[in-house]
Design a protein around this ligand. Structure first.
Ligand SMILES: Cc1ncc(COP(=O)(O)O)c(C=O)c1O
Length: 390
């Protein structure tokens, strides 16, 4: 007889996304499915140099354990960005380094959620985070999002019914590419402030606004009620696994304890390389280069969509991030499209799994990962199959 898995293991949702990474890796397959950054935009030489400097100047420091909250110079850099870019005051003691921002979802859940607690997620919302929350068995309440951001009436109603947590991606959301308008941000801050509901503001794509940041962070308007998470995954490298969370002062001590219990600390070496990389380069200019790269890639993708897709399907034109949200005609189920495309050698991400309700006729497309050649070939396939089905 084998031991049974825990209730937490049983309640953890399956990952549709990771399954698609394997499908996308099949030889000859073109992928618009996953959320990987563009290989061509990695600064390999810059990172090599930074790694070499780190190992030359303080090898033992780079290879040794560090405090669980992370490498202080890097935390100070992030605190400085809080003041200069994110619009609120923070000290390095508010910043906790983590192994990618995905860990933050688990940490915040373990600090804030008991089984059955209500939490609000965007509908559609980022599946990887929802999977992480699901291990803690919350009662999910979906608040719809559209081109202006979250439906604040639905949010306010859930908060007044006692929701403890709201997980939100105000900038270039995954999966939809939508960003919150200025008035939605203000309303969310007003709803959350002092309500007993913590906002978990995920800024994974905030630095990838093609014309700069698209709006004020909600944390800057509700500092005491918001945990903001960030990551170097989309800006420097996802493989280095360095993210962070910025917590209000009242959460510092608990965060420190929970982080230590969960993973001791995140990789000293990678944090130091990133710190050195940011010191060696003009990081703002570097980000501008990335933004230009992704904006150009999006243009190629949108042009190919216009050239190939029938007007029975619709899509948006995001102002940052990596995703375009495609809608097939009302009443259709995009699962059929997904299945037919795989037969033809193209993998896309159906939108339905990102929803707590609805979304059957939606598809998430990533324009960052495929090569320009892959985009053109993939779009010919997508156009052909869309015409066949719709
Ligand atoms: C919206 C969003 N948040 C968080 C993450 C997790 O990223 P990481 O753990 O690499 O920082 C992702 C990954 O794709 C994401 O899309």
């Amino acid at each position: 007889m084998r031991p049974g898995f825990s209730k937490a293991a049983g309640s953890t949702l399956e990952s549709f996304i990771m399954g698609l990474v394997d499908v996308a890796a099949r030889p000859g397959m073109i992928s618009f499915a996953t959320g990987l950054p563009d290989n061509d935009l990695f600064d390999v030489e810059g990172l090599k140099r930074a790694a070499d400097e780190v190992l030359t100047e303080d090898p033992c420091g780079a290879l040794q354990y560090d405090s669980s909250a992370g490498y202080i110079p890097l935390r100070k850099r992030i605190a400085e960005r809080c003041r200069r870019v994110y619009g609120f005051d923070a000290t390095y003691e508010d910043v906790f380094m983590t192994s990618g921002s995905q860990v933050c979802f688990d940490l915040v859940s373990r600090m804030m959620l008991d089984p059955g607690d209500a939490m609000v997620v965007e509908n559609p919302g980022y599946l990887g985070a929802i999977q992480s929350f699901s291990a803690y068995s919350p009662r999910f309440i979906g608040a719809d999002i559209g081109p202006q951001g979250v439906d604040t009436c639905q949010l306010a109603s859930a908060v007044s019914d006692g929701a403890k947590l709201f997980y939100s991606i105000p900038d270039h959301q995954n999966p939809s590419g939508y960003s919150y308008s200025e008035s939605t941000r203000r309303e969310v801050a007003d709803i959350i402030s002092g309500s007993g509901c913590l906002l978990l503001e995920d800024d994974a794509y905030g630095e990838l606004g093609y014309a700069g940041r698209v709006g004020r962070t909600i944390k800057s308007m509700a500092v005491e009620d918001t945990v903001m998470t960030g990551s170097f995954s989309k800006t420097i490298s996802p493989g280095m696994r360095v993210g962070w969370m910025i917590v209000p002062e009242w959460m510092r001590e608990q965060t420190s304890r929970s982080l230590e219990a969960c993973c001791l600390q995140s990789a000293t070496f990678c944090q130091r390389i990133i710190d050195r990389f940011m010191q060696d380069r003009d990081y703002d200019a570097y980000l501008d280069g990335l933004r230009r790269g992704y904006a150009a890639k999006k243009r190629v993708f949108l042009d190919a969509m216009e050239d190939n897709l029938p007007d029975t399907v619709r899509w948006n034109d995001p102002d940052g991030g990596m995703f375009i949200w495609l809608r097939t005609p009302d009443g259709t189920d995009a699962t059929r499209l997904f299945e037919r495309l795989i037969e033809e050698g193209l993998v896309v991400m159906p939108g339905r799994p990102f929803h707590v309700r609805g979304g059957e006729n939606t598809v998430r497309l990533n324009f960052a990962t495929p090569s320009e050649e892959g985009i053109r070939e993939g779009m010919r396939i997508l156009g052909r199959v869309c015409r066949e089905l719709y």
